[in-house]
Every structure is written in C-alpha cells, then in structure tokens.
Design a protein around this ligand. Structure first.
Ligand code: ZN
Length: 459
C-alpha cells in the first residue's frame, strides 16, 4: 500500500512551491524511501568527512545557540540582523578563508495583534495566525467553505471564505505541500477579487495539535486586500462539518498586519578558496530568516548549521578543495526571496567567478534521503558521477527557492532532500523549535552535504 502510494506520488511529482522545474524520478523506484548515506563510502575522503560530521555534534550546538539566543527572525526584524552577526562569526570560527556580508533591501511586515472567534452556532475562540502580508482589519461574517480555487466566484461576496483543502499524506511530503500551498498563496487574493470579507486557510499540514501554520500570501499590487489567516485543521474540519449539516457559521476576525518601509538585511557568505580552480564556485546554501513564530529550528536553522559545519569539517580535516566551496546564507526567503534574487544579480558569470553548482538545504533537519537536481543533461550526468560515492539517489527536479534565480544563468541546482515525514507538521508554526530536531539525523545530513560539496569541488 505504502509503496503504491509512493509510486503514485513520484509519478506525478508536481511543481514545487517555489521552483517551477517539474520533478521526475530518474534513478529507479522510491528514492525518497530507500535513500541512505553510503556506509562505508568507496571514496576515502568522503568516508573521512562522513565520519567527522557524524562524530562532531557541533551542528546541533550551533543550532541550539541560534534557536535559544536569537529565535524567530523574520525579514525586517532586529533578530534577523543579530542572526546575520551570529552567522558571520560562526563562519569565521569555522575557518573560512574569507567571510563577507552583502546588503539586501528586504520587505518589512509585522503581524500585530490578531484574534478570531466563532460566534455561531457556538462561541469558540479560534487559534489563528495571520498569513504573512495580511492587512489589518476587523470583519464579521458568515463562512462559505471551498476546496478549489476554481470555485471562487460571486458567491463569496460579503462572506468569509474558508479554504479547506486537506494536504495529502504521501511521502515525500514536499510534493503534497506543493499541491496544497497554492490555496494559502493565491486563495485570499482571489477571494478579495470577488468581494469576500476575509479568508481563512486550512493550515498546510497533515497532522495537527490545534496549531495554525503561517506562510506567505500574495495580493497583487494595487488589487483589493482582505484579512487572511491560517486556522488549525481541527477548526477547519469543525466549521466545514457544521456548514455541511446545513447550519451557518459566523466568525469574527481581527488582524493587525502592517507593512513598513523596506529594511536593510544581509546575505552572509564565507568560502574555502579552491587551490586549482578558485574562480569556479560550488555553492552550498540555506536561508537565515524564518517566520516570526517558533525558533526557525527546522526551517531553516537546520540548513544554516549544516552548511556552516560542512565548511568547518572540510577545513578541520585539512582537505584542500580544487574549486572554491562557498557557503551562502540567504536572507528573506520566507516573504520575498530578496536574498536569493540579490545574490544571483550580484554574481553573474564573469572572468573572476563562475558557479559550477548550487545546492540548498531547506526541508528541515531530517536524515538524508536523496538529491533533486535541475540542469542540462550534461550537468545532471556530471552531478550523478559526483554524488555516486555518497550512495543517495538522484531525482530530476531542482533546488531551493533561494538558488532558483541562478537557473537563468544556467547553473546546476541541487535540492537536498532529507526525510521530511514530520517536517510539515511543525513547519511555520510556534512549534518549530529545537526540541523537534534529532541531533543524529541532523549530523547525518550535515555529513551528506559536506561530502557532496567536497565531491563537487574536486570532480
Ligand atoms: Zn525554508
């Protein structure tokens, strides 16, 4: 049963939320499940890197610092700039040959005070989180339940729309996320267009302990805006059942979202300079910002410490890469992608530097499973050879949101794909905290990323 569900999921790998490259399996069945880091690896350097990463524990210690001393770090916040300073220091301590910051203008939105209540048929406080970008407002209205964006029409006028499409449960769950998240990103704007009072979106998760999941929503420039909030799956189910039984649900929603002037943030960059081909860059990246709730432990603190620790391990082992290994910690992935866009614009191919490959880790701190690679057939072939001694399967697809802008320059993009089975349960919630991280799984993924960086820098 599980196997057939997996094959179905992989056979119809839809568009990943931020990467328009379709993903198809190319290396046999069920890579998401069978993928494991080789033990032992046929490449002795890779084996040394894997052993050092698994034994270190330094990735988890760094994550503990980031989560507990800085915590949530949304674009525009003072906490994000403290995390910039923190990351700069960590890259210096890791032994990078060069560390620098690149300033980036980022959008600045704050959620303010928000609340919601069901008024009829019974009174109940609703656990909500405003979606990133929601305007402030106070509305009261009857609920209309929809499970397709195509159903948004004149019927929603003067109503509060509840988008109630459950997220599917097949693995890798990132596929299901891609399918479900469009309601959150585009639903509220479409409801506003047809005169809705507000939009409630069922949280994009399969399992829930009554927690709402935030995330970005987009209103087109100059178009109508309405309060847009995430509700827990439990509350969404309850309201949908009441409406299905023929009763009406009336709710009151108060949001406090406010836009401020753009703020200045930074991409944080550190590198180990290649000894033979220093101008050829192998980028390993993650994003430094997070939503304004929780601690951004899985999203994407895990990725941040994995790539910093990868650099540290290669340096500590005294290994000298032929190409330059560059760690890039992008700012503002969550609500603007300003960091990823700025990086690509500042680093076009030129005599002094050319990106050979870019990898991003942005699916949490689970154990390693497979790689998703996007590029030309020649690049994919090159990548398969580089990745072979790690033993993890390669599927065709693409990398993360921050490295997507490099696609226009023809750069090979690789997404690191860990076990994401529990990731979306806490994704973008107040529960994305350090205690949800398994240090062993985190270390194994650090090992995979460090080993891959080394292989790509030397192939
Ligand atoms: Zn992320």
């Amino acid at each position: 049963m599980i196997v057939s569900v997996l094959l179905l999921a992989l056979g119809s790998f839809p568009v990943w939320a931020h990467d328009s490259t379709a993903s198809l399996p190319v290396d046999g069945p069920n890579p998401a499940v069978v993928g494991r880091l080789a033990d032992p690896s046929p490449d002795p350097d890779v084996q040394r890197i894997i052993e050092a990463a698994k034994a270190s524990g330094n990735d988890f210690l760094m994550l503990r610092e980031l989560c507990d001393s800085i915590g949530a770090r949304l674009a525009g916040s003072e906490a994000l700039e403290r995390s910039v300073e923190w990351a700069e220091k960590k890259l210096i301590e890791a032994g990078a040959d060069k560390v620098w910051l690149e300033s980036v203008n980022v959008p600045h939105w704050e959620r303010g005070v928000e609340s919601a209540q069901m008024l009829t048929p019974r009174e109940q406080e609703l656990n909500i989180l405003g979606l990133g970008g929601t305007p402030a407002g106070v509305v009261e209205g009857d609920v209309i339940v929809l499970d397709s964006l195509d159903d948004v029409d004149d019927r929603v006028a003067d109503k509060v729309v509840l988008f109630n499409r459950p997220m599917g449960e097949s693995i890798p769950t990132v596929v299901e996320y891609g399918a479900a998240v469009s309601f959150r990103v585009r639903g509220p704007a479409k409801a506003a267009e047809f005169g809705a009072l507000a939009a409630m979106v069922r949280s994009v998760t399969t399992r829930s302990l009554a927690s709402p999941h935030t995330g970005v929503t987009r209103f087109p420039e100059g178009g109508p805006t309405i309060p847009a909030v995430a509700v827990s799956t439990e509350a969404a189910d309850s309201m949908a059942r009441i409406v299905e039984d023929g009763s009406s649900v009336r709710v009151r929603i108060q949001t406090g979202g406010e836009w401020f002037e753009d703020a200045q943030s930074h991409n944080v960059i550190g590198e180990l300079r290649g000894i033979k081909k220093p101008r050829e860059i192998v980028l390993i990246g993650a994003h430094l910002d997070s939503w304004d709730v929780g601690q951004g432990a899985h999203d994407d603190g895990a990725g941040v410490v994995q790539v910093i620790e990868s650099l540290r391990i290669i340096r500590a082992l005294g290994l000298k890469p032929k190409r330059t290994i560059r760690v890039v910690l992008f700012t503002n992935e969550e609500n603007g992608l300003a960091g990823g866009k700025d990086y690509a614009a500042r680093h076009p191919p030129r005599r002094s530097e050319r990106h050979v490959a870019a990898m991003e880790s942005d699916l949490g701190g689970g154990a390693p499973r497979f790689w998703s690679a996007g590029g030309t057939p020649e690049q994919l072939e090159w990548f398969r050879t580089a990745a072979a001694p790690l033993g993890m399967p390669v599927v065709e697809g693409g990398g993360g949101a921050d490295i997507r802008p490099l696609a226009d320059q023809g750069v090979l993009r690789i997404g690191f794909r860990p076990d994401d089975a529990g990731y979306f349960d806490i994704h973008h919630t107040a529960a994305d905290t350090l205690d949800k991280i398994d240090p062993q799984a985190l270390a194994e993924s650090t090992a995979a990323i460090a080993a891959l960086a080394w292989r790509m820098a030397n192939q």
